[in-house]
Write a protein that binds this ligand. Sequence first.
Ligand SMILES: NC(=O)c1ccc[n+]([C@@H]2O[C@H](COP(=O)([O-])OP(=O)(O)OC[C@H]3O[C@@H](n4cnc5c(N)ncnc54)[C@H](OP(=O)(O)O)[C@@H]3O)[C@@H](O)[C@H]2O)c1
Length: 281
Amino acid sequence: MASQKKTMRALQYDKYGGGAERLKHVEVPVPSPKKEEVLLKLEAASINPIDWKLQKGMARPFLPRKFPFTPGASLPTAASTALQQLKAAGVSSFDDGSGDTHGPKNVLVTAASGGVGHYAVQLAKLAGLHVTATCGARNLGLVGDLGADEALDYKTPEGARLQSPSGRKYDAVMHCATGTPWSVFAPVLADKATVADVTPGVAATAKSFLQKVTFAKQRLVPLLLEPKKEEMEWLVDMTRQGKLKTVIDSRYPLSRAQEAWAKSIEGHATGKIVVEMGGDE
Ligand SMILES: NC(=O)c1ccc[n+]([C@@H]2O[C@H](COP(=O)([O-])OP(=O)(O)OC[C@H]3O[C@@H](n4cnc5c(N)ncnc54)[C@H](OP(=O)(O)O)[C@@H]3O)[C@@H](O)[C@H]2O)c1
């Protein structure tokens, strides 16, 4: 008699679109690891905007999905993205907080209260940089606690202009918000500056190309996370040492993962939205 394959709970969607309501709870076979793969039992995962952006079909032209699709668990996405943003802007030393003589000095982190931004603030401080952060009024205190030297409410006129309260020009911008045109960045940047943009649209990508071919000193650099083992190990180490903290917006059991998904779509999380697999729920 054939042995019954073990199953596990999963969340799936079977076509593009539909948001949280289209997610289905299903039982799927526990995968069998191939050579050089390991099978992990997950206790928790986090929702990242990329999860629902993929469901919306935003990457369809480049990365078509096969359905039904089971979103992956992506706890380290946000911290790795923040680290790669800082590296893309020329930050190379994070360990001693004394700063790098050749790298940027003054950085702006936009959407500093979000999943990526709250790590970017902390990592920039580990690198010894002066950090200006933008967030909503309710999170000004939080980003200060994370280490930001000054913070701006993005809904005020100064915040919309990304203007440093101390009058600094930014050597680098960790851009985690969406929809900011280059004309907003240009007046607040130092002569030589990098905007590491994790949310580039068509206009930003075109601008970046133009700047590259004209050897512009102020550059917008679109960034797509490339997970790297050594960076993840370093981030885990920083977390173990208590130097990098994760702010948890909310926790949901797997049975209520749709609510977590909907919360991420709303775009108002403070830190990370976590889905927990353990427990009986
Ligand atoms: N390229 C890549 O590889 C990559 C990797 C990871 C993430 N991303 C992208 O990066 C973006 C940020 O991701 P995330 O996980 O950090 O998002 P998130 O956690 O959903 O961000 C939500 C936070 O951003 C704040 N916020 C929204 N608009 C803002 C603005 N204009 N100025 C300042 N703060 C603002 C919100 O504050 P309020 O609630 O006060 O409005 C909220 O606290 C997403 O678009 C995501 O898709 C890209």
